[in-house]
Every structure is written in C-alpha cells, then in structure tokens.
Ligand binder design. Sequence first.
Ligand SMILES: Cc1ncc(COP(=O)(O)O)c(C=O)c1O
Length: 382
Amino acid sequence: MITSKLPNVGTTIFTTMSQLAAETGALNLSQGFPDFDGPQGLRDAVVRHINSGHNQYAPMTGLPALREQVAAKVARQYGARVDANSEVTITPGATEAIFCAVQAVVRTGDEVIVFDPSYDSYEPSVELAGGRCVHVQLDARNFSIDWQKLADALTPRTRMIILNSPHNPSGALISSADLEQLAQLIEGRDIYLISDEVYEHLVYDGVRHASVLANEALYSKAFVVSSFGKTYHVTGWKTGYVIAPPALSAELRKVHQYVNFCGVTPLQWALADYMAACPEHVEQLPGFYQAKRDLFCDLLTPSRFSFSRVAGTYFQLVDYSQIRPDLNDVDMALWMTREHGVATIPVSVFYQTPIPEQRLIRLCFAKREETLREAAKKLCVI
Ligand SMILES: Cc1ncc(COP(=O)(O)O)c(C=O)c1O
C-alpha cells in the first residue's frame, strides 16, 4: 500500500460540483471559468502560429516577445520597471508558478502563512516542499487582514506569506496601505511572499488594483503571479507568468525547468501578438466584468439571498441564512444543484477550520447575459 504524501487531498469540490452540474443539467456557476470565448483576434493568432511552424519548445523562461509585453504592461499599469529577461518567467498557468515559487523557497520545517478562506493549491504545494501552512483567518465580516492575528502567527520558522488580491472566493481587495503595513511587519525578517494577483484586472467601481509590484520593499522579496487565462477569457490555455527579482527568478526557474521546462509555444506567440495589437483589452476588462456583476446583482435583488457587490474577481458571495439556515453550505450547494438547477461553491471548503455559523456560497458571474438571466430566475424562486 502506498503511503500518500498528500493524505488530506481528495477530489476537489470544484470537480464534484462541475460533475454534478453536468449530470443534473444544472447551470454551472461553480468553477471559475467563462462560458464565452476569448477575443477572436487572439484565437486566430494561435491558428496562424500553429500553421506557420511555431510548434516546438519555447525558451525555458518564456518567449522573449511575450516577456517584453508583460514587462511593458506592468510598467503601464503599476509604474513597475521589471527586466523582461531576468525578472519575467512564463509558466503553464498561475498554478505552476505558485508551485515552483514554493518549491524554490520553502524547506522542511518551514512555515507558510496563508489567509483563510484561501485558494486550494497553496497548501499541497507547501506540504510537498516539506513545509507547513499556518492558517490565519481573514476578518469574517469583510475578508480584510487581521494584522494582530498575522503578527501573532509570525515565528522564526515563517519563511513565506501567500497573499491573494483580488481575493478568491470573497472578491475583497488588499489596498496599498495594507501592503505598506505588511512591509513594515516583515521588515528585516527572512520572509518571502507569493502575491497571487490572477484577478489583477478584475477590479471595479473605479478602484485600481494595488500590486505588490508597486511596493518596492515587498517586491524585493516577492513572486508576483498572474494568469493570461483569467485576463483573456481562456482558462483552458493554462498560461500565466511570474515576476520576481533576478535572484528569486533564477531559483524559481531551476524548479520550473524540471516541472514543465516551458509553456505552450503557439499560445505564447499568440498572446504576445495580441497584447501588442490590443493593449486596451486590459483597460476594458473592469468595465466588461463590472457590467456582468451589476446585471447579476440587480437580477438577484428580489431574491432571498443577501449580498454586497464584490470589489473584484468574477465571483459573487451570497448569504443564504434567510433561506435554509438549517443546511451547512456544502449541503446547500448540493441541494441547490439538485433541486433548483444552479451549481455553486460552498465557501467552507476554502477554510482549514470553517466558521460553523457562516452561510455563504460563491457564484461565478463570468457568464453570458442569457446564462446570468436564467440563473437569476432560478435563484429568485428559492
Ligand atoms: C486565486 C487563484 N490563483 C490561481 C489560480 C490558477 O490560475 P491558472 O488557471 O492560471 O493556473 C486560480 C484559478 O482559479 C485562482 O482563483
């Protein structure tokens, strides 16, 4: 019998809910992916590059043209001057970037702080590196960082902190003042950061994303991760990037070259072309997704769910305490899928220690207008 290295990992709720949605014919607002395609020009570019012979291994660090586009974008967006050669690495998805960053830094016995509710790939990555996650709960009212709890969790073994803003599942944002506070807290300590910013362009109501790239002190110790999948509506392309200072990038690349070696070549060519031809895409994204958020929230207003509009991401949290307070959120999600035809994600799965009285589910609004209308109709009669 093999002894599992990850005994606590089973089938994730994302797979379970998507399968159940498919079996029951429910609308799938569970897993985070759009039900529409990425830009036509981007898809055409992939076909063009496949047909023009860009089908062999890309450079290990990523196609230079794409790394340059990423460097130009973060200069425009955050005023960050990063070197495309030594600081930008293209990866097969943000997930691989996170995994490699953890392996590059975390050693046996190290502690890594994650904020609950937290994305599910962090903990297994840390465990495989021989480290241990220390879970610090975000303030349950607004999902902000409780600075005292964070300060209390720091020990001489703390090697890394994983930030995620805009935050999945809550949609909450970290502000530049938060980043300043964090910089002060870890100053002089041997602590690195992963800043998971895959939803960096999905920030609403005129607010600008506060990137770790714009905070010099934090960036000197950080791996900043993003995902073309989220930004260009192509989650299935599993293409992302990580930006880190040269010494950290060099260590990350040592891992990356033996996990995957490189990302998919024609996708990288297509993204480089499209970013050069259409830099306005990222400027238009907040408006594009804010319209979806607002449509969905307006349609849900007559329902018995309570919610406040999310500040970022393409997820809307809703509280169902007025509907079925007797059900925990996993049972609520299963019941809603089977009985009401809408698949969602229970928020408790993002916690090490769920909050027993919490009654929250996550709905993905990266959907066509007709899907959102149909879903809202079903949600309004629950
Ligand atoms: C917070 C967060 N980080 C990372 C990822 C993974 O991104 P990718 O699909 O590029 O690996 C996701 C995807 O859902 C996410 O929500």
